[in-house]
Write a protein that binds this ligand. Structure first.
Ligand code: FAD
Length: 394
């Protein structure tokens, strides 16, 4: 896709009269859009090649008030009444056409909530405040080389030694794992199963922690790491919540994380659609614009149909979760529906763009490579179906 090509935004048309979006949401949208245009779009190709985001981006995003949304004011956050603020932010970040930017810039969105929910005041001041100020980077480390789906069976061991735990083991696929200063890490402190898991904040400079980068199909600018813990001494003061109560804190995190992954899939699908529509209007074949062919118009309608369905489900569940409901099965199904729709839509967009879509530098090329991670991370498609089935009593 040529760089000068400015796609039109045709899917997300919200007004102050919208049932879920107010003027405040729209103000955030304008601020985030300006930030993405000035601070992200000009640099994203360079960050993709470098394999990580600069720390200065975190500071700039904090200065723009984008990192703090949804966190308590007492720790530097910006409290908001609903999830639509984060959905708006995700939509705008997605305009850069890089899911990796969203994953890594917002990795504190999975790394810090367990601390906010279960940590002490002192822990929140130490680990949350500097992250929301963009000075430190947070990550969440659950998945291990032996498996990610079976969280209750994780093996990284933390043995108590006076005022410390001695941590041995390994984590893998950790987003922002190469750069993270605070790694909220699930460890086994007790017996087998979910009742033996605790959360420790492992700090990036602790002796015995080493990291190696992972090369991936997509999300290139999001540094992803395997972490090795070799007798890492972690103060008991870094334990989040009571000993052996970590599993619930991890699970509480998942509902919002899955809604936000669905929001990301939706927002990236919108980008694919916009790119495809704009290209179909501009590109001429056989003496007429592509869009004058019925088959292309039908593809676009089919793409839009899925986007509208995902949007409706996303907004309805975001509203329910914002009103303290816990529709776990529906959130699982939403995550699957949104991510499967993105895979289908990115494929159709690529087809409409033809060779131009296959070239690096095209948003659709990058998004196409990034689709699978959303169907795997944060609970894979199969695990989502299993959980939904259990929740519905099958
Ligand atoms: C780019 C990227 C970033 C990530 N970031 C993070 C992060 O920041 N922190 C973190 O902790 N993790 C992270 N993950 C890990 C992610 O959450 C795991 O990949 C995911 O949970 C699946 O675990 P697994 O890859 O070990 O697959 P496995 O658990 O080994 O499963 C392999 C396949 O088998 C299927 N499967 C497993 N069990 C069953 C079953 N009982 N029935 C049917 N099918 C089954 C799975 O759905 C999957 O398709 C990331 C992953 C990627 C790729």
């Amino acid at each position: 896709m040529p760089r000068h090509f400015a796609p039109e935004r045709t899917v997300i048309q919200v007004t102050a009269k919208h049932p879920f979006y107010t003027e405040e949401h729209e103000t955030l949208r304008r601020q985030a859009r300006r930030f993405v245009e000035q601070e992200i779009i000009p640099h994203v190709d360079r960050w993709e090649a470098a394999g990580e985001l600069p720390r200065s981006l975190h500071r700039a995003a904090a200065a723009a008030g984008l990192l703090q949304i949804g966190f308590p004011e007492a720790y530097g956050g910006i409290e908001v009444p609903d999830l639509f603020y984060l959905i708006v932010l995700t939509e705008e970040l997605a305009r850069a056409g890089s899911g990796g930017v969203i994953a890594s810039l917002m990795s504190h969105g999975i790394g810090t909530p367990p601390i906010v929910h279960a940590g002490t005041h002192e822990q929140k001041q130490r680990f949350v405040t500097p992250v929301l100020a963009g000075e430190k980077i947070a990550a969440l480390a659950i998945t291990e080389p032996s498996g990610g789906s079976d969280v209750a069976n994780l093996k990284t061991r933390a043995e108590r030694d006076g005022d410390h735990y001695i941590v041995n083991g390994s984590k893998t696929f950790i987003t922002s794992g190469m750069r993270a200063d605070f790694i909220t890490t699930a460890v086994r402190t007790g017996g087998p199963g979910m009742g033996g898991i605790s959360l420790l904040v492992i700090e990036g400079d602790m002796p015995g922690l080493s990291r190696s980068p992972l090369k991936k199909m997509g999300w290139w600018c999001s540094d992803t790491a395997t972490l090795y813990f070799d007798h890492v001494r972690v103060p008991v003061a870094n334990r989040i919540g009571p000993e052996n109560a970590g599993f619930m804190a991890i699970m509480m995190n998942f509902n919002q994380e899955r809604i936000m992954l669905a929001a990301q899939a939706y927002a990236l699908a919108c980008v694919c659609y916009d790119e495809a529509l704009a290209y179909a209007r501009q590109r001429e074949t056989f003496g007429k614009p592509l869009i004058k062919n019925q088959v292309i118009r039908h593809k676009l309608v089919d793409m839009r149909m899925r986007i509208e369905a995902v949007k409706a489900q996303l907004e309805m569940l975001a509203w329910r979760v914002s009103h303290r409901q816990m529709p776990v099965a529906e959130v699982c199904m939403l995550k699957n529906f949104a991510t499967m729709s993105l895979e289908w839509i990115a494929n159709e967009a690529m087809q409409i763009l033809g060779g131009a879509g296959y070239l690096q530098g095209s948003k659709v090329e990058r998004i196409y490579r990034e689709t699978k991670v959303l169907s795997i991370g944060g609970g894979s498609q199969e695990i989502m179906k299993d959980l939904a089935a259990r929740q519905m009593g099958y």
